[in-house]
Design a binder for this molecule. Structure first.
Ligand code: ZN
Length: 231
């Protein structure tokens, strides 16, 4: 393959991503009314009465065998003193916490998927894929802002044991959607504003009036997966 051919190939691949992530608006207008109703009519088994036992799943993180070799950084980077910029913010250290917060304060997670008229079908597809594969607590479609979420959205909640599976799965299957992952601790305000993890671009979350102290939100999975997770 010549360099020129390689460049052309890369361009096509990047164009395919660009088309996926930001399709021409004209396509949406032409396709209006032909939305895929089929996307939402999957073979999802809803656990209306059955209790899905959380924290007891067979979902295990995939850990490849360790790479063989040596770190190009060497083995003494820990000896480097903390480097200092030429100027420093006076008193910054006064406001720093004395200890890290225990990660065990997190009792569960929410994943909020944001969409608009250009990205609804992607949201429907990711929602279908997700609930086919994971025992989550699925909420409603919200076509208008709801709670702290300022654009249309849907959400599912999930137990901590699913986190090391769902994060990489969403990274590879977001279809470019903006997804907010927030933990549930006893501080809902911080959960939404400061403890967040985003897939792709972040967007504003109007959580400033949420309580700083509350009982932790509970998760009751209402979906039984029907598709074996691809590995
Ligand atoms: Zn939430």
């Amino acid at each position: 393959m010549t360099d020129e051919e390689r460049i052309i190939q890369n361009t096509e691949e990047d164009q395919a991503w660009a088309d996926l992530l930001s399709p021409p608006r004209r396509q949406f207008i032409i396709g209006a009314g032909l939305t895929a109703a089929g996307l939402t009519a999957g073979s999802i088994e809803v656990a209306s009465q059955d209790i899905v036992t959380p924290g007891n799943s067979s979902f295990k993180p995939i850990v490849p065998p360790p790479d063989v070799g040596k770190s190009p950084w060497g083995y003494e980077t820990y000896k480097e003193p903390a480097s200092r910029p030429l100027s420093l913010r006076p008193g910054e250290e006064r406001d720093l916490p004395k200890q890290p917060r225990p990660y065990t304060d997190i009792k569960s997670y929410h994943a909020h998927f944001y969409f608009d008229e250009d990205t609804h079908e992607k949201a429907a597809l990711v929602r279908k894929w997700s609930i086919e594969r994971f025992p989550v607590e699925l909420g409603n479609w919200n076509l208008e802002p709801r709670g702290p979420h300022v654009t249309p959205s849907f959400y599912f909640g999930f137990t901590n044991d699913l986190l090391p599976i769902i994060v990489p799965w969403l990274q590879l299957n977001s279809l470019g959607l903006t997804i907010l992952l927030h933990p549930n601790t006893d501080n809902p305000r911080a959960d939404h504003l400061y403890y967040t993890l985003w897939v792709n671009r972040s967007q504003p979350v109007n959580a400033y009036s949420m309580p700083k102290q509350a009982s932790v939100e509970k998760i009751f999975p209402n979906i039984k997966p029907t598709v074996k997770l691809e590995t």
